[in-house]
Design a protein around this ligand. Structure first.
Ligand code: HEC
Ligand code: HEC
Ligand code: HEC
Ligand code: HEC
Length: 133
C-alpha cells in the first residue's frame, strides 16, 4: 500500500516537473509584468511571433533596439537577448523613458501611427489574458 502511494507521488512529481519544463518552452502570450512590484493591470496580451507575423514586422530592432553613447540608433544591431527592464528603469532616467512609458510608447505608438492594433487600456490589459489559447 505504502509503495503504491509512493509510486503515485513519484508520477505526480514527474508530471508536474516535466509539465513546467514544457510550459517554459511555450510561445509568449503576455508580457512578463513581474518586474512591476505591484502590477495594477493584468499583463498585456502579446503573442510575440504571431503578432509580429500578422503586423509584418521583420526588423527585430524595431522593438529590441540599441543606441550608441550619443543616442543614435544602431540600425543593424538588436538587443533581443535583453529585457526592456535591463535598460528602462521604473522612472525616466538619462533620456530614457520609464519602463511603463517605454512599453506604451512602443506598443501604442505604433498602433496609433499605423491605425492598426489595440489602443484602449482594456484591449491590451485583458482580464482574461491568462487564458488566451
Ligand atoms: C513589436 C515588438 C517586437 C518585435 C518586432 C520583436 N520583439 Fe522580441 N520581444 C518583444 C517584447 C516586448 C519582449 C519581452 C521583453 C521583456 O519582457 O522585457 C520580447 C522578448 C523576446 C525574447 C525573449 C523572451 C522569449 O520568451 O522569447 C526573444 C528571444 C526575442 N524577443 C526575440 C526577437 C527576435 C529574434 C525578433 C525579430 C525576429 C523580435 N524578438 C522581434 C517585442 C518584440
Ligand atoms: C540595451 C538597452 C535597451 C534595451 C534593452 C531597450 N531599450 Fe529602449 N531605449 C534605450 C535607450 C538608451 C533609449 C534612449 C534613446 C535616446 O537617447 O533617444 C531608449 C528609448 C526608448 C524609447 C523612446 C524612444 C523611441 O525609440 O521611441 C522607447 C519607446 C523604448 N526605448 C522602448 C523599449 C522597449 C519596448 C524595449 C524592449 C522591447 C526596449 N526599449 C529595450 C535603451 C534600451
Ligand atoms: C511596429 C509596429 C507595432 C509595434 C511596435 C507593436 N504592434 Fe501590436 N500590432 C501592430 C499591428 C500592425 C497590428 C494589427 C495586425 C493585424 O491587423 O493583424 C497589431 C496588433 C496587436 C494586437 C491584436 C492581436 C494581434 O496579435 O494581432 C495586440 C494585442 C497587440 N498588437 C499588442 C502589442 C503590444 C503589447 C506591443 C508592445 C509590446 C505591440 N503590440 C507593439 C503593430 C505593432
Ligand atoms: C498597446 C497595448 C497597451 C495599451 C493600449 C495600454 N497598455 Fe499599459 N502596458 C502595456 C505593456 C506591454 C506594459 C508592460 C507590462 C504589462 O504587460 O503589464 C504596460 C504596463 C502598464 C502599467 C504598469 C504595470 C502595472 O500593471 O502596474 C500600467 C499601470 C498600465 N500599463 C496602465 C495602462 C492604462 C491605464 C492604459 C490605458 C490608458 C494602458 N495601460 C494602455 C501595454 C498597453
Amino acid at each position: 500500500m505504502k509503495k503504491a502511494i509512493l509510486a503515485g507521488l513519484m508520477i505526480l512529481v514527474a508530471v508536474v516537473f516535466f509539465g513546467s519544463l514544457a510550459g517554459g518552452q511555450e510561445d509568449m502570450k503576455t508580457i512578463d509584468n513581474s518586474v512591476f512590484e505591484q502590477p495594477r493591470r493584468p499583463a498585456a496580451v502579446f503573442l510575440h511571433d504571431e503578432h509580429n507575423e500578422n503586423a509584418g514586422i521583420e526588423d527585430c530592432s524595431r522593438c529590441h533596439h540599441l543606441f550608441d553613447e550619443n543616442g543614435n540608433k544602431l540600425e543593424d544591431e538588436s538587443s533581443e537577448d535583453q529585457s526592456c527592464s535591463e535598460c528602462h528603469a521604473m522612472s525616466d532616467k538619462e533620456g530614457r523613458p520609464s519602463l511603463r512609458k517605454a512599453f506604451h510608447l512602443n506598443c501604442k505608438g505604433c498602433h496609433l501611427e499605423l491605425k492598426k492594433g489595440p489602443v484602449t487600456c482594456g484591449s491590451c490589459h485583458r482580464w482574461d489574458s491568462q487564458s488566451i489559447r
